[in-house]
Design a binder for this molecule. Structure first.
Ligand code: AMP
Length: 403
């Protein structure tokens, strides 16, 4: 069996996959680690467990997660030896990791080097890896990097037009995120279309609480919207997306806001929440827009307009588009945003069938939403980052040596 682990600053999420990856045997999470409300929730085969108690650190949380998997009543396994490999979500691999990697001491040292680029995300990833190595010694462990898929971007896409030394000396460049999701759905799209991935010029719209758009040409990422930091590109739940960088100076000098205040505004108070004044949740914003709230309507319009702009931009970057994919919370569940984002793109061959679009909500299967017979397939593809992590883990664990 394969265990996947996604370790955040105050959470551990885990899933246990059957050896052929066809089934999720158990899934669980410990939330609010180190905080008063910490608790573990866990589900397997129709049975569930809720354990609210202090989890002062990731160590206790990790031990409790493994104990839940082994629990005589609620567990999914009888002995820890049944876990044959562990796959870890790793956020930032900089330019040191171009693909998923079997973990050894050298890999951990390189991941430490990446910490300054993702100070909030990489340290908890490393804690998860160390805990897993302690509790499951000798079991192959694999790191699957969010940034790896975007390592194929050409320099013209990943460089900023700053003095070159900032790239050379400080690794300042576009890295891109959500790569594991984008890789999964672009591969799924090719499978569903029965097309060799090499023939596809795909724009993937990963529209969730975080938003990433990626141009995938022949299976390789060639451009993406999120850059060095994680607020660029399309506006998100609470993040602004692209703004004129000059605004940061203006907010500081003319309005007297500190850099910390500006950062908080851009990351936590902007996006859907900032424009609507109501919520960062697209469901709430859409409901209120329907009820006549003009700010909510505007927030949706701006969101869809930004998505549409990047579809056009990436079609231009690739010299064409012959597949458009929507995924993640909003992409998989909001026919309205999908229709708005595709409006006016008929000149690229992109059309949306109203009935198919309305029907493609919250399903587990990839579904086309373009009218039958139109040239550009528009697909809704449910993402599954854990499955992608498990697939890489299985492949590398079987290969038996660090690549
Ligand atoms: P994710 O980060 O992929 O979990 O996506 C979270 C986002 O998906 C939130 O902004 C939700 O509002 C949005 N979402 C989930 N369900 C729906 C829905 N039925 N309609 C619109 N947005 C949705």
């Amino acid at each position: 069996m394969i265990l996947t682990i996604n370790c955040g600053s105050s959470t551990i999420k885990f899933q246990l996959f059957s050896a052929d990856l066809s089934r999720v045997l158990a899934r669980g999470a410990v939330n609010q680690i180190g905080e008063p409300g910490s608790h573990l929730s866990y589900r397997t085969n129709g049975r569930s467990l809720h354990d609210a108690r202090p989890f002062p650190s990731h160590h206790e949380a990790f031990e409790a997660s493994i104990a839940a998997l082994l629990d005589p009543k609620h567990g999914a396994i009888k002995s820890i030896g049944e876990i044959e490999a562990v796959g870890h979500r790793a956020v930032h691999g900089a330019d040191l990791f171009v693909e998923s990697t079997l973990i050894d001491d050298e890999v951990i040292a390189k991941m430490e080097e990446c910490v300054p680029l993702a100070p909030l995300h990489n340290p908890p990833n490393l804690i998860g890896i160390r805990e897993a190595r302690k509790l499951l010694p000798g079991v192959p462990q694999v790191a699957v990097f969010d940034t790896a898929f975007n390592q194929t971007l050409p320099p013209k896409a990943y460089l900023y037009a700053l003095p070159y030394r900032f790239y050379q000396e400080h690794k300042i460049r576009k890295y891109g995120f959500h790569g594991t999701s984008v890789r999964f759905v672009s591969q799924r799209a090719a499978e569903v279309l029965g097309s060799p991935i090499a023939a596809l010029k795909t724009v993937v719209c990963h529209l969730g609480n975080g938003v990433t758009m990626t141009a995938v040409d022949g299976g390789r990422a060639v451009d993406t919207t999120i850059g060095f930091a994680t607020f660029g590109g399309v506006m998100m739940g609470t993040r602004s997306g692209d703004i004129d960088p000059g605004l940061i100076f203006h907010l500081n000098r003319a309005l007297g806001l500190s850099l910390d205040e500006i950062e908080r505004i851009i990351y936590r108070e902007s996006g859907l929440l900032g424009l609507s004044g109501v919520s960062n949740d697209m469901r709430v914003v859409a409901e209120q827009a329907e009820a006549g709230n003009e700010h909510c309507r505007l927030a949706m319009e701006k969101f869809a307009y930004m998505v549409r702009g990047y579809i056009g931009s990436f079609a231009a970057a690739m010299g064409g588009i012959n597949c458009l994919v929507f995924t993640a919370g909003i992409g998989e569940n909001s026919p309205q945003i999908r229709a708005m984002a595709c409006q006016g793109l008929e000149f690229l061959g992109i059309r949306v069938d109203e009935a198919r679009n309305r029907a493609a909500v919250g399903g587990k299967e990839a579904l086309p939403i373009n009218p039958v017979g139109t040239s550009v397939p528009v697909l809704v593809v449910p993402t599954d980052e854990e499955k992608m992590i498990a697939m890489d883990t299985l492949r590398l664990a079987l290969s038996g040596h660090p690549n």
